[in-house]
Design a protein around this ligand. Sequence first.
Ligand SMILES: Cc1cc2nc3c(=O)[nH]c(=O)nc-3n(C[C@H](O)[C@H](O)[C@H](O)COP(=O)(O)OP(=O)(O)OC[C@H]3O[C@@H](n4cnc5c(N)ncnc54)[C@H](O)[C@@H]3O)c2cc1C
Length: 474
Amino acid sequence: MRNIKLNPATNSNILLDKDNIKDFKAITRGEVMLPGDHGYESARKVWNAMIDRKPGLIVRCIGTHDVIQAVNFARDNNLLVAVKGGGHNVAGNAVCDGGIMIDLSLMRSVRVNTTNKTVRVSGGCLLGDVDYETQLHGLAVSAGIVSHTGVAGLTLGGGFGWISRKYGLTVDNLISADVVTAEGKVLTASREENTDLFWGIRGGGGNFGIITSFKFKCAEIGTEVFSGMMIQPFEDAKKYIQFHREYVRKLPDEMTVWMVVRHAPPLPFLPERLHGRMVVAIPFVYLGDRTTGEELIRPIREFGHPHGEAMGMNPWLEWQAGFDGLGSHGARNYWKSHHLEDLSDEVIDKILEFAGKFPSPDCEIFIPHMQGAPSRVAENETAYTFRSTPYVLNIHTRWNDAAEDEKCIAWARDFFENTKPFANGVYVNFISEEGEARVKEAYTHETWGRLTQLKNRYDPTNLFRMNQNIKPSG
Ligand SMILES: Cc1cc2nc3c(=O)[nH]c(=O)nc-3n(C[C@H](O)[C@H](O)[C@H](O)COP(=O)(O)OP(=O)(O)OC[C@H]3O[C@@H](n4cnc5c(N)ncnc54)[C@H](O)[C@@H]3O)c2cc1C
């Protein structure tokens, strides 16, 4: 076996000799891979094809024991550490150049407790893993909308989706988590134990340790939900958005209606001539009976001259995977995002101006409506901030050809700068690689101070820094 230089990123001259790696392999129950090993190339890939990093070593853990060994090995050898949950993060923090990638993707067990309606989820699970097991009992965890997203990264940033207006953010449903700290200790964080850590991991990202297991409260939603999509013409977008901004804010928490400005996918209910045309797509989910749901969305169906619609009682598992194709692995992605207090006429004009010059046909402007149960939780209850801003403006820039990187990124940045005057904060999970000042904008000043104190306590050497990083102040 060869010597490998593991820490080019920090310029440290650490060479692990073959005995050192052999010893590490001997105490690891999962797989340890070096460049050139079978499986290394696929293991280092993450969702965003813009990210092409080559770790010095990849360890695919199969349990908490492996995670502890990997953390100890990394710390003792001064290695740069990246932690992979689902590998979905747009910034690509799940993989590093040089250093060690601690990959949890083999840790995907899900155990439902039907008596108290809770679920225990391992640190490498994807959202679909949780949906499949909980749905056996008509249960669900409030989380995101694409089934191949990782539970860990999503939860650590906050987590929202189709049922969060009714049931709260993913962090609001977190009961406890097992955390491997930088010291290699396992701590349980909950309302009863290590309460400071419990506060921090609910929004503060992967800064404080590696979560090997989460326990969530489940919602009893049944196995089918009244859901669907309506399509409005882009030509009427301004009028529609003006209507939408007022209308969604009057809806009960059971009804979630979002909005996406994009080129129409080849949806079976749309005439072929509209495929690829710019449209406003309006997907919705209603947690209740069909008749009431239909009554609630009637104003949208009757607004203007819609292109088409499809709706019905859809199996939750199908609905949760319905958007997977639009966010599939392997494309190049660059995201920008804001929280918005209002969809004012000026913001709408900017949205339509930039939608009119999409740099690629796969781009979209995604506008979820957020208020509901999350806004009724006190702001200082969790590290997740900006609970009462009503809208998110997500600039999803997506393309395939590396030659278009510059054009696509420039468009996103320009759009972002043009809408920044209307913004109030950002969701940490939607930040690309944008530096510390931007990470701070995901939190209030007070929350940032508290997170820094927590970092000083649990990770004073910043071992866990491949994330939206909160530096220790020492
Ligand atoms: C197509 C798509 C759809 C999305 N939809 C939603 C949505 O509906 N709602 C929503 O809230 N968000 C959504 N997101 C954003 C998503 O929450 C983030 O991308 C999140 O970081 C993904 O988590 P992951 O585990 O897959 O990511 P990873 O890239 O594996 O990790 C993200 C960060 O978390 C850290 N991390 C991962 N696992 C652990 C662990 N076990 N312990 C400690 N740290 C860890 C990593 O080191 C990294 O810093 C979406 C993202 C994409 C790409």
